[in-house]
Design a protein. Structure first.
Ligand SMILES: CC(C)(COP(=O)(O)OP(=O)(O)OC[C@H]1O[C@@H](n2cnc3c(N)ncnc32)[C@H](O)[C@@H]1OP(=O)(O)O)[C@@H](O)C(=O)NCCC(=O)NCCS
Length: 197
C-alpha cells in the first residue's frame, strides 16, 4: 500500500458515498445528473461547431451518447469526475453540460468542463452554473483548488472564468491539441477562500 506523509485533502470514498445532488440555479434551470433520455442533446452538442471545436466532442449516435452517459455515472462512483446536465427545472431536456473532470481527492483538485447549446448562450447560464458548482466542490465535496483552462482563442470561455471568479494564473504553451493544431491555454484557478457568496 502507498502511504503519504500528508493526509488526503478529501478522504477516498467520500464522493462515492454521496448521491449526485440536484442544484437549482436562479435562471430557472437546474444542474442534475444526466439521464439516458438526454442522449439526443449530447449528439446535438457534438454537431455544434463551437462545442466540437472547444470541447473536442463528437458523439456519432444516440447509442454512443447513452454509453457516455453511463460512463459519467461510473466515473462519479469511481471518484474521477462529476458531470451534470444543465436543464429546465420542469423535467426538461438537457441544454448544456458542466462538471468536474480530473478529480484528485487526495490532492484536493479538479478541472471544470462546460458547454451550452447555442440557443441557451449569452444569458449568463455558464457563469451561474460555474459559480454554483465551484461552491459545491469547495464547500460540499471539500476540494481545495479548482482549475478552469481554455484556449487563448476562446474569449467567451475567458469571460466566463473571469465573471465566475477564477483568477488568471498564466498561459500554458501548446497545452491542448485541437483539430487545427496546438493551442496555448489560459490557466485560471479558484482556491478555497476565493469564492464569492
Ligand atoms: C463558453 C460558453 C460555455 C459560454 O456560455 P454562456 O452561457 O453563453 O456564457 P455566459 O452567458 O454565462 O457568459 C458569456 C460571456 O462571454 C461573453 N462572450 C461571448 N462570446 C464572446 C466573444 N466571442 N468574445 C468575448 N466575449 C464573449 C458574453 O458577452 C458574456 O459576457 P458578458 O456577460 O460580460 O456580456 C458557450 O459559449 C459555449 O458553450 N461555447 C462553446 C463551447 C465552449 O467554448 N466550451 C468551453 C471550452 S473551455
Amino acid at each position: 500500500m502507498i502511504t503519504s506523509a500528508v493526509p488526503p485533502v478529501v478522504p477516498a470514498g467520500r464522493m462515492a458515498a454521496m448521491d449526485q445532488p440536484v442544484l437549482p440555479l436562479d435562471c430557472g434551470l437546474e444542474l442534475r445528473p444526466w439521464r439516458a433520455d438526454d442522449a439526443d442533446a449530447l449528439v446535438t452538442a457534438g454537431q455544434d461547431p463551437a462545442v466540437r471545436r472547444w470541447n473536442r466532442l463528437i458523439v456519432p449516435s444516440p447509442a454512443e451518447a447513452r454509453t457516455r452517459i453511463e460512463r459519467m455515472h461510473e466515473r462519479w462512483r469511481n471518484e474521477q469526475a462529476a458531470i451534470w446536465a444543465i436543464a429546465p427545472r420542469d423535467d426538461g431536456r438537457a441544454v448544456g453540460l458542466i462538471g468536474w473532470g480530473d478529480i484528485d481527492l487526495a490532492d484536493g483538485s479538479a478541472e471544470i468542463v462546460y458547454w451550452i447549446l447555442p440557443a441557451g448562450r449569452g444569458r449568463g447560464v455558464a457563469v451561474e452554473a460555474t459559480m454554483r458548482l465551484s461552491q459545491w466542490a469547495l464547500d460540499e465535496l471539500g476540494l481545495h483548488r479548482l482549475r478552469l483552462c481554455h484556449s487563448v482563442a476562446n474569449p467567451a470561455s475567458c469571460r466566463v472564468a473571469a465573471k465566475a471568479g477564477f483568477s488568471v494564473e498564466g498561459t500554458m504553451r501548446s497545452a491542448l491539441l485541437h483539430e487545427d493544431g496546438w493551442h496555448d491555454q489560459h490557466l485560471h484557478a479558484m482556491i478555497k477562500g476565493d469564492i464569492r457568496r
